[in-house]
Design a protein around this ligand. Structure first.
Ligand code: GLN
Length: 457
């Protein structure tokens, strides 16, 4: 009830687009009964959480913030949601996002944009596309938020809103019931206030799932991170990739990044410069692969089986498809569908799609090289975003592609390589907005990555 009150008081943040009071009441009742009867307490008993509105919850509208799915109620639960509920969590609501998770601002939603809760009157964006979940956590409406991270959509809003944002290794958490953006990169991810909370949620949702054939097929062993003062940095080797000193990186973000590098070094870690030479290609490669997968994924929204259907009665089937899609999608989604189909034309396939896959491999090899061949670092330390949160007016002036090129420079490479990455809030900028750093580690290095993250926190 307290959380639902908080949400109601903070309507103008527009983080939660739909409360789920019935689920919340019945789940909290179950938890209280367990407490009262002295039964074993579950990992997340009574813990209020909010979930991005692109995860299916049976019988609840799941809109992807798009007119196309405005009235869509799934007939099954996403695995992430089912596991959270099985561990006693209490769903308080579904959170805002950019339409179909395409964006870096939570500004392109049929529900309107989500506001940053820092410097509230300054008109700053929350970041995106999981901005709703980030603000829900930052504003105290819930303990954990679930988002999806395909190119940075959890780490970016975490960085702008001053919360922890963790994207696990690709395949560690099931995508079943997450409405797809880019199947080969989508990763259900976690937003919390602390690393300990993040670990608790990860332990509840990770592990193989026979409903998602891309989950890593080995049992997940719970992670446990020691207390901050018990963590030793003696055997930690931290890489500082020089390519992340990029154009557009603000003075304050650079200072924050360097300050954390110095602190790690002063406290016993070995800090070295490394190179990930293909970093700058990430944005181009991501753009092509994203649009190709989008073109294919969006083909299912034709107005026939589910979702929005145009009401024009005289039209032919072709016209029905066209009108439905015209009415149902925003211009960002339409542009991506068109570009993706262009890249996939028989005459373009090799030039764009195949080449992008090859460069994706080079980006991924860069990570393999620094982790296992050359410097053998245990983690990479970079900024999460190039600046603190932009103002809404400035952000919407750029077109969606430019926004992503700027906002996602530091986050997209990890999705391309499938490696785990976490954004950790550090301090406030001169605008009173959060500044963060990012740590990335080798696939399945969650235990050591989260341990270093905890030390930094
Ligand atoms: N900004 C990127 C995009 O629009 C990433 C989105 C995401 O991670 N869901 O594709």
């Amino acid at each position: 009830n307290h959380c639902i009150d908080v949400v109601s008081r903070q309507k103008k943040l527009n983080a939660i687009i739909r409360l789920t009071p019935e689920i919340a009441r019945s789940k909290s009742k179950e938890s209280s009964e367990r407490f009262r009867n002295g039964e074993v307490i579950k990992k997340l008993d009574g813990v209020p959480i909010a979930i991005k509105d692109n995860f299916c919850v049976k019988g609840e509208p799941t809109s992807c913030a798009s007119r196309m799915l405005e009235n869509f109620c799934p007939t099954y639960d996403a695995t992430v949601y089912a596991r959270l509920m099985a561990h006693g969590a209490v769903l308080i609501g579904k959170t805002n996002l950019d339409e179909f998770a395409m964006g870096s601002g939570t500004v392109d939603s049929i529900f309107g944009h989500t506001r940053n809760c820092y410097n509230e009157n300054g008109g700053y964006i929350s970041g995106g596309s999981s901005g709703g979940s980030a603000v829900a956590v930052a504003s105290g409406s819930c303990f954990a938020g679930i988002g999806s991270d395909t190119g940075g959509s959890v780490r970016n809003p975490a960085s702008y809103c001053g919360v922890v944002g963790f994207k696990p290794t690709y395949g560690l958490v099931s995508r079943h019931g997450l409405i797809p953006l880019v199947n080969s990169m989508d990763t259900p991810s976690i937003l919390t206030r602390t690393i300990d909370d993040c670990v608790t949620v990860l332990n509840a949702i990770a592990g193989p799932d026979n409903k998602d054939s891309t989950t890593i097929n080995r049992p997940f062993v719970d992670i446990s991170v020691p207390n901050g003062d018990e963590i030793s940095l003696k055997n930690v080797k931290v890489g500082i990739p020089r390519e992340y000193h990029c154009e557009g990186l603000s003075k304050e973000s650079l200072e924050t990044w360097m300050k954390i590098a110095d602190l790690l070094e002063e406290n016993g870690a070995q800090v070295v410069d490394v190179s990930l030479p293909n970093t700058a290609s990430s944005i181009f490669v991501y753009t092509i692969l994203n649009q190709c997968e989008v073109a294919s994924n969006m083909a299912r929204y034709d107005g026939i089986e589910f979702g929005h259907r145009s009401h024009d009665e005289d039209s032919s089937t072709e016209q029905l498809y066209a009108r439905t899609r015209q009415e149902g999608f925003n211009s960002v989604v339409k542009n991506r569908i068109l570009s993706g189909n262009y890249y996939l034309l028989r005459r373009n396939y090799q030039t764009y799609f195949e080449k992008a896959l090859k460069v994706r491999r080079l980006i991924s090899n860069d990570f393999q090289n620094v982790f296992f061949r050359n410097e053998r670092v245990s983690v990479l330390l970079t900024p999460t975003t190039l600046t603190d949160a932009p103002k809404l007016e400035e952000f919407v002036k750029r077109n969606n592609r430019d926004q992503c090129a700027l906002q996602d420079f530091c986050t997209q490479p990890a999705n391309m390589a499938g490696v785990p990455a976490i954004s950790i809030p550090i301090k406030l900028s001169s605008n009173g907005l959060p500044l963060s750093v990012q740590l990335m580690g080798p696939s399945l290095s969650e235990q050591s990555l989260l341990t270093v993250a905890k030390w930094i926190e």
